[in-house]
Design a protein around this ligand. Structure first.
Ligand code: HAM
Length: 422
């Protein structure tokens, strides 16, 4: 069997050059969530498949078409995490977090797996910043989550973004709306896309989520849920809006925002780049999910959160011209070409690392010239050269590789102290 030397379709290697972007995004997430009182949680890469079948909803695309499900050798049906929310709720129930001070604010960065049609910004493995506030029904928490994602993106200099906000009410009042929606769509059914015809039966709210050209005209004239909210949902929505306004976060009410997961009620939101008309580069989205805990077998518990794709954030940063340089491979590069050189170089390298200097030792057997080329390419600030003459005197040449290129002979035992990190 020949091995295909290619990462699986829809996945990507994050090479060293891309790491500074990942570090910038994960650092922004870590610092901003901390400012909002979130604590980190990590859940497994795979879960019992039922966590998502029930939690995300078995009529969602994520579960119906995209989930990587497999039976392990013990016969358990497992799934690679396609989205974090049900997994974090499972952890909340399993570890009795209801007895912790409420609400519990949790965040993670987690790899997600969806058998999607790969394209730019859409992958089969992606990584999300996932933030969840569990144990609160407070509308201010909704505004806080929106503000949190907004602040993470601002910290990364992504200011040309827009918050799209909606409310899909609670399940009871929503049922009446869905009947009205079906009445509206019924006469046009045969002209809709196949996906929409299926959604009409299985999950009518998602008719509003279609991006198929055949559906757009009907979608535009469909009755709008956000205009007909129940009193409780309308009051909740008004608090979210006024909190965002008070924080200076501009938003646009989007009556078509229904999101692709079944558990949402009331607030739903997405943040998109301002020039992304068809919302294909959504940087993040989420909403309230007060019914999810019960679906998973727990007591009624309010919840609100969002997920944001790190790969998408990075694409947007690059589109906006961010250029982050990879760090130098080392600060000190030891060049050695002498009798006894390798052992002396190896010892010196460990002394330098002990004083906090990232150090690389040149390849034994390569010429001084070739090692010096590697030293320059490594981005190191100093080369320490161990030639025959120096080593015989118990010394080394320390050469500054930055401007000027000054060099001096230093006793071998004094090199580490001389180059110690400040
Ligand atoms: P989602 O909208 O499915 O929501 O995903 C959240 C974000 O993950 C998207 O806005 C996008 O940035 C990124 N994303 C999703 N799918 C892909 C993909 N195939 N390739 C690259 N990036 C992708 C959720 O997953 C919910 N769990 C969010 C949430 C948390 N709701 C409440 N709490």
């Amino acid at each position: 069997m020949t091995i295909k030397l290619q990462a699986p379709r829809g996945t990507q290697d994050v090479l060293p050059d891309a790491q500074p972007y990942w570090l910038a995004v994960t650092t922004a997430a870590k610092q901003t969530t901390k400012l909002h009182g979130f604590q980190r949680i990590d859940t497994p890469v795979f879960e019992d498949a039922a966590v998502f079948e029930k939690g995300s909803g078995d009529t969602t695309d994520i579960v119906e078409k995209e989930m990587y499900t497999f039976e392990d050798r013990g016969g358990d049906l497992l799934a690679l995490t396609p989205e974090g929310t049900p997994a974090i709720c499972r952890a909340y129930l399993e570890h009795g977090m209801a007895s912790w001070p409420q609400p519990v604010r949790l965040y993670t960065t987690h790899q997600m797996f969806r058998y999607d049609r790969p394209q730019k910004g859409r992958y089969r493995q992606h990584t999300q910043i996932d933030c969840e506030v569990i144990g609160s029904y407070d509308a201010l928490v909704d505004a806080e989550c929106i503000a949190l994602l907004w602040e993470i993106l601002q910290r990364l200099n992504l200011s040309e973004i827009e918050v799209r906000l909606g409310s899909i009410d609670d399940p009871g009042p929503r049922r009446a709306y869905i009947e009205r929606l079906k009445d509206y769509y019924r006469p046009h059914l045969s002209r809709l896309s196949e996906d929409s015809q299926r959604r009409f039966e299985r999950n009518p709210l998602r008719l509003l989520d279609s991006k198929d050209d055949r559906d757009l005209e009907y979608k535009e004239h469909a009755p709008k849920l956000v205009d007909q909210l129940s009193d409780a949902a309308a009051a909740h929505h008004a608090i979210v809006c006024s909190a965002l306004e008070s924080a200076g976060i501009a938003y646009r009410i989007d009556p078509m925002l229904v999101r692709g997961l079944d558990y949402y009620n009331r607030t739903v939101f997405e943040i998109v780049p301002t020039d992304d008309e068809r919302a294909q580069g959504t940087l993040g989205g989420g909403g309230r999910y007060d019914g999810l805990m019960e679906i998973l077998g727990g007591p009624p518990t309010g919840g609100m959160g969002f997920g944001s794709g790190i790969e998408r954030i990075i694409l947007e940063m690059q589109k906006r011209g961010a250029t982050l340089q990879p760090e130098a491979h080392a600060e000190v590069f030891i060049v050695h070409r002498a009798e006894g050189g390798p052992a002396a170089a190896f010892r010196l390298a460990s002394q330098l690392r002990r004083v906090g200097r990232a150090t690389i030792v040149g390849e034994s057997g390569r010429s001084m010239k070739s090692q010096m080329r590697s030293a320059n390419a490594s981005g190191a600030s100093f080369a320490v050269i161990l030639g025959d003459d120096e080593l015989a005197r118990g010394a080394a040449i320390v050469k500054d590789l930055r401007d000027g290129g000054e060099q001096a002979e230093v006793a071998l035992d004094a090199v580490a102290a001389r180059l110690a990190a400040d």
